[in-house]
Design a protein around this ligand. Structure first.
Ligand code: FES
Length: 184
């Protein structure tokens, strides 16, 4: 027979079970927090990669003469690889030019054939690639029929902010292709 005295251990047992259940739930929730932090950490480089291709301040408008001759400028920005961030390092170079109608254009200085840096030859008024002799006109178009480059120099988006700063959306494109395919 079970009396009132016998039901006490049973009640305590039930209470103990509920306490353990709650403790288990709280433990599981607390365990999820580091797991969430870990997932965020794992995905962090992917989130940082998403920032690639954003506009970078390259030069002041004053630094670009209005004589129509392209000038070369380095592109300095934060670079991230899978896990590391390198603040303010050169990530490439661009040729900026003021056109006769005072617009600013930008060309990636990497040759689309195999990625060598082209050089603008003021005397010739064209870009020469020293690696395999591709020639490009001042606007970046292919200038010699025997050019091994399969496309013009890569144009980039430019914005003049506050009428004094030149910002470029810097992007590299795959070499050796006839179309512009962004390097991701
Ligand atoms: S890398 Fe420029 S012509 Fe080959």
């Amino acid at each position: 027979m079970t009396g009132p005295r016998d039901s006490k251990p049973l009640a305590l047992g039930r209470r103990g079970f509920i306490q353990k259940l709650f403790a288990g739930i709280i433990g599981a929730v607390l365990g999820l927090i580091p797991a969430g932090v870990g997932v965020t950490f794992l995905l962090d480089p992917l989130r940082r990669k998403a920032a690639a291709g954003s506009a970078v301040r390259v030069a002041s408008l004053d630094a670009l003469p209005d004589d129509g001759v392209p000038r070369k400028f380095p592109v300095i920005a934060d670079r991230t690889d899978a896990w590391n961030k390198f603040p303010q390092v050169p990530i490439g170079a661009v040729y900026l030019r003021r056109t006769p109608d005072q617009k600013v254009t930008a060309l990636n200085s990497a040759c689309p054939h195999a990625g060598c840096f082209v050089e603008f030859k003021p005397g010739d008024g064209r870009f020469l690639c020293p690696c395999h002799d591709s020639l490009f006109a001042v606007d970046g178009n292919i200038a010699n029929a025997s050019s091994p480059a399969g496309r013009p120099l890569d144009t980039l988006e430019v914005e003049v902010r506050n009428n004094k700063e030149i910002w470029v959306k810097f992007q590299n494109y795959e070499a050796g292709k006839s179309k512009k395919i962004p390097v991701t």
